[in-house]
Design a binder for this molecule. Structure first.
Ligand SMILES: Cc1cc2nc3c(=O)[nH]c(=O)nc-3n(C[C@H](O)[C@H](O)[C@H](O)COP(=O)(O)O)c2cc1C
Length: 220
């Protein structure tokens, strides 16, 4: 008799569980409570039958909304850019010169070297050799470079003139032998003609991720 009773109570419990599961599916709410109410703009034309039954709350997007774009002739700015990428979880993009800079090109003791000649010419626009990038979808762009003769290398001017920064906050950063970021950000803002430009920051090549994190927090 006792055995019969316990079988009956196990069965009743099973029925209860099935019944409850059925209720939550019928309303369609219980399982979906974590889905944001706002739909992505392009979902309006989507056939409901093709839509996934559930949208995970953290679906990875095609790319993040943070981009770290940088030019680095000898690797110092590259290291800082990689640490900013690690702290922000953003995407990393290297601005490469179509014609790479040789050691002779970078010789600042030679006043007729390529880098010095370019810096002396405000209209110089060295061509970019890396694959083109679209800034669509990015809301923050960290823009890194070495200081050359107190300013951003002219290839940065090529980059900013080629892109639309509308709706984007641009945060310049640089490395140098000691000079500050100076007027680099203002120069590029004037050429870009769009975007919200912060003054930016100069870092030594050995800046740590913790120092970068504090800097980013101080911008908020
Ligand atoms: C052509 C040229 C000009 C430079 N001018 C300056 C300068 O005006 N002030 C300064 O502190 N460092 C200057 N530097 C040093 C670089 O800014 C520094 O080494 C930087 O960290 C290099 O970054 P990168 O390795 O990413 O190219 C210059 C370097 C070069 C090649």
């Amino acid at each position: 008799m006792n055995k019969l009773k316990s079988i009956a109570s196990v069965f009743t419990a099973f029925l209860l569980v099935v019944g409850l599961a059925g209720c939550s599916n019928a309303s369609g709410k219980a399982a979906d409570s974590s889905v944001p109410e706002t739909k992505p703009a392009d979902s309006e034309n989507q056939d409901a039958s093709e839509a996934p039954a559930e949208t995970p709350a953290e679906t990875p997007s095609a790319h993040t909304d943070v981009l770290v774009a940088y030019f680095s002739a000898t690797g110092t700015t590259k290291g800082v850019a990689e640490r900013i990428t690690s702290v922000t979880g953003g995407d990393l993009y290297e601005i490469l010169a179509a014609e790479p800079y040789t050691n002779d090109d970078l010789n600042y003791n030679d006043h007729s070297s390529r880098s010095t000649s370019e810096q002396n010419d405000k209209n110089a626009r060295p061509a970019i050799g890396s694959e083109e990038i679209s800034l669509e979808g990015y809301t923050t762009v960290y823009l890194g470079f070495p200081i050359w003769w107190g300013e951003e290398p002219r290839i940065l001017d090529t980059f900013v003139e080629a892109h639309d920064f509308d709706g984007i906050t641009v945060i310049p950063f640089c490395t140098s032998g000691g000079s500050g970021i100076g007027r680099s950000g203002a120069n590029m803002e004037a050429l870009a003609k769009s975007g919200t430009w912060l003054k930016g920051e100069r870092f030594s090549g050995s800046v740590s991720e913790d120092e970068i994190r504090s800097w980013i927090d101080s911008l908020k």
